[in-house]
Design a protein around this ligand. Structure first.
Ligand code: SPD
Length: 355
């Protein structure tokens, strides 16, 4: 009888370890020692990497990029060795069409069930075959609230000669072709996915005219320039401004009344990954409710992880510039893959930057 009880106890413990442990459901695959992540800068709490390593024994090594186009260029130049990347919506579409992304094995990502229905099965990746939503946000105008009596909630502050010229030398623009051209197109009343050559030419002229007032094109330090008083208006991504506002409370962010960009950044695995399995285990880890919340509590971006919401600070979930109300959402547009017009966007951007 004593032997039977001991055997039962051992069997129960084996079952518990199998259910909780980091190994795959089949226990057949092994985790790699390292996971190489290619991410946007300041887009994850470094503690998450440390805690993943403590639990799973996998060291995470991160490199960063500044735009979707930089990410794509890196892979088109033959980059290998990255296990996980973070492309935005339209770039998932482009990279997938180019055959650069691996199909995900959802047996290893059961926490995908935590993703809000609204973020599943997106048009840029039907069936979430190659991507899992990570964070979402908007593109608008960061500003120094000590300088403005009213929020500068119009793209006119960046493009209209009368409104922008007073801030000459104190304006920064995102160093990003689709974002900068998108802002100009929105100011002109066009879709930010326009493939009309005449509309794109108008946007180009606007951006060329604006150069006289622009201090810098910057996608990684625009919030620091604003906090340091070197700029007063910054074409921005929402969360970066709110993150910087913790230390510099004069910083704030406005979504332009003409509308702007809404975007979703995603976790995806390149076909050239060293260990797809390890990347999937890490994606599953990021989708835990507490870990998903830890991401947003650090980045100040909104989370597509519904189960994480209760653990996200109410300063974030209750902020309408981070989680915009429906009437504002209606004015926002996703950047889409514009197909052959991409070459035109790239050529115009090169012309603007080189003049
Ligand atoms: N600091 C991280 C910023 C991530 C912004 N990604 C948004 C891209 C939208 N085109």
């Amino acid at each position: 009888m004593k032997r039977f009880v001991t055997l039962m106890l051992v069997a129960v413990m084996v079952l518990i370890v199998a259910a909780c442990g980091p190994a795959s459901p089949q226990g057949a695959q092994e985790l790699a020692k390292e996971l190489h992540v290619y991410n946007w800068s300041e887009y994850i709490d470094p503690e998450i990497y440390a805690e993943f390593e403590a639990e799973f024994g996998v060291k995470v090594i991160e490199d960063t990029f500044a735009s979707n186009e930089d990410l794509l260029a890196k892979f088109q130049a033959g980059a290998s060795g990255y296990d996980l990347i973070v492309p935005s919506d339209y770039m998932v579409n482009i990279m997938n069409q180019l055959g650069l992304l691996a199909e995900l094995n959802y047996d290893n990502i059961p926490n995908f069930a935590n993703i809000d229905e609204r973020f599943r099965d997106p048009p840029y990746d039907p069936g979430n075959k190659v991507s899992v939503p990570y964070q979402w946000g908007t593109s608008g105008i960061g500003y120094d609230a000590d300088v403005f009596e009213e929020p500068p909630d119009s793209w006119g502050y960046l493009f209209d000669p009368e409104m922008a010229a007073p801030y000459a030398g104190k304006i920064s623009m995102l160093n990003d072709p689709r974002e900068a051209l998108g802002a100009a197109l929105k100011y002109l009343g066009y879709s930010l996915n326009s493939n009309d050559a005449a509309q794109l030419e108008e946007a180009k002229q606007l951006l060329l005219q604006q150069k006289a007032w622009v201090a810098t094109y910057d996608s990684e330090g625009f919030e620091d320039l604003l906090a340091a008083g070197e700029t007063q208006l910054a074409h921005s991504w929402s969360g970066d401004i709110f993150m910087a506002a913790v230390e510099a409370p004069q910083l704030w962010y406005a979504i332009p009344k003409e509308g702007g960009v809404i975007w979703t950044d995603n976790l995806a695995i390149p076909k050239t990954a060293n260990s797809q399995y390890t990347a999937e285990v890490f994606i599953n880890y990021l989708l835990r409710p507490e870990v998903g919340a830890k991401v947003s509590n650090y980045t100040w971006y909104a989370s597509p992880n519904e189960a994480a919401t209760e653990f996200i600070s109410q300063e974030i979930t209750g902020e309408p510039a981070i989680y915009p109300p429906e009437d504002v959402m209606d004015r926002l547009e996703f950047i889409r893959d514009v197909g052959e017009a991409t070459t035109l966007y790239d050529r115009i951007w090169t012309e603007i930057k080189s003049q």
